[in-house]
Design a protein around this ligand. Structure first.
Ligand code: FAD
Length: 322
């Protein structure tokens, strides 16, 4: 472990591995003092533990000219009863969020609404939420999870897409298979949200963070935009974003840039100020540990920022979007 930590290339995967460890997660959630302390730093990235926090932030961002997506955080829900409660949470979220703007997105992991139990439950719940969302002109964006679930997630999405036209899917550029998967996704109208991929996958199925991965990311953008398919470019990588602007990929009205709340907000503001469509991904809930750790892992200098945020939580807003 020590030699891995000495190797800069391995810092991100190592931090992610520690964060995903179930024992570490359990111990974290048992320690209320630690939870309260780190919540101060996590509040840079999550909008709060309750829906109201997300709605307040959404309102501010919408007034400033950003679109938004909202996620009630959770994954791997193990009982049907819990899935039902989560589904109801999304209904309430859509109802309230639609009072701010009538054409935004709700995001979730399919494993949060039934995929962890069985595929047909996930399809039924997805279709129920999509039909409810449609009444408010709302869009659902399915997140992409670990590669072991990729095929099941695509199958559920493609099944729901037969009857729902307000559902889109996230595609991970880091997986080699995505170059084939994108062809199937282009056959249905749903929006594609392109990410690099947050999970640490093995070298035989995925790219590491590298020039090669950036080339694949740009190649996928190229394929999707050439087909005039709706696309969300979801990255904070300044190299990719500058290239995207340079190549004119944002010059159409069905392509946008989306970033996670609290990550490089000044960059998103500068894109918005150039007149391009921008969206902020908001998360809320009490299951924020993994989301927070991933933000530190993917850019380790954020660890210093997190320590400062614990000491001065009131200053966090100063760096925001306005
Ligand atoms: P990286 O390649 O990780 O980093 C490149 C550069 O970007 C860094 O050097 C730095 O300059 C900047 N940067 C990146 N992250 C940070 C940060 N936290 N703080 C400061 N600077 C940073 N992943 C999934 O697997 N499934 C999903 O469903 C999913 N949904 C997402 C939705 C949205 C809207 C976004 C923005 C991301 C989502 N992700 C998802 C996460 C994504 O896969 C990446 O893990 C994450 O965005 C980091 O990759 P990157 O492309 O931003 O940049």
């Amino acid at each position: 472990m020590m030699s891995m930590l000495n190797d800069v290339e391995n810092i991100t995967p190592t931090l992610k591995m520690i964060a995903r460890n179930k024992l570490i997660q359990e111990q974290f959630y048992e320690r209320s003092d630690l939870y309260e302390l780190l919540l101060k730093a996590a509040s840079r990235y999550i909008t709060g533990e309750t829906m109201q926090g997300a709605l307040n932030t959404a309102k501010e961002l919408f007034s400033a000219g950003y679109k938004f997506s909202i996620e009630f955080m959770g994954e791997d829900t193990t009982t049907e009863k819990e899935c039902e409660l989560i589904k109801n949470e999304f209904f309430t979220l859509i109802e309230h969020s639609a009072k701010i703007s009538t054409s935004e997105s709700i995001c979730f992991d399919l494993s949060n609404i039934g995929l962890y139990i069985n595929q047909s439950l996930a399809i039924d719940n997805l279709i129920d939420i999509a039909n409810f969302a449609k009444k408010y002109n709302y869009y659902l964006m399915i997140s992409m999870e670990e590669s072991a679930k990729t095929q099941a997630i695509l199958d559920v999405y493609l099944e729901a897409a037969k009857t729902c036209n307000n559902v889109g899917i996230t595609l991970q550029a880091q997986l080699f298979r995505s170059l084939n998967d994108v062809e199937k996704l282009l056959e249905v109208p749903g929006k594609i949200r392109l990410v690099k991929g947050v999970y640490d996958e093995s070298n035989d199925i995925s790219f590491r963070r590298s020039h090669e991965l950036n080339q694949r990311y740009l190649q996928l953008i190229d394929i999707i935009t050439r087909n005039k398919h709706p696309l969300t470019i979801a990255t904070h990588d300044p190299v990719i974003i500058d290239e995207v602007v340079e190549r004119g990929y944002l010059d159409t009205d069905n392509t946008e840039i989306e970033m996670l709340h609290g990550v490089t907000p000044q960059k998103l503001k500068s894109i918005k100020d150039q007149g391009y469509a921008t969206r902020v991904y908001l998360t809320y809930g009490t299951k924020w540990f993994l989301h927070f750790c991933h933000r530190l892992a993917e850019y380790p200098p954020n660890i210093y920022q997190a320590i400062t945020d614990c000491l001065h939580p009131n200053k966090i807003k100063e760096t925001y979007y306005f």
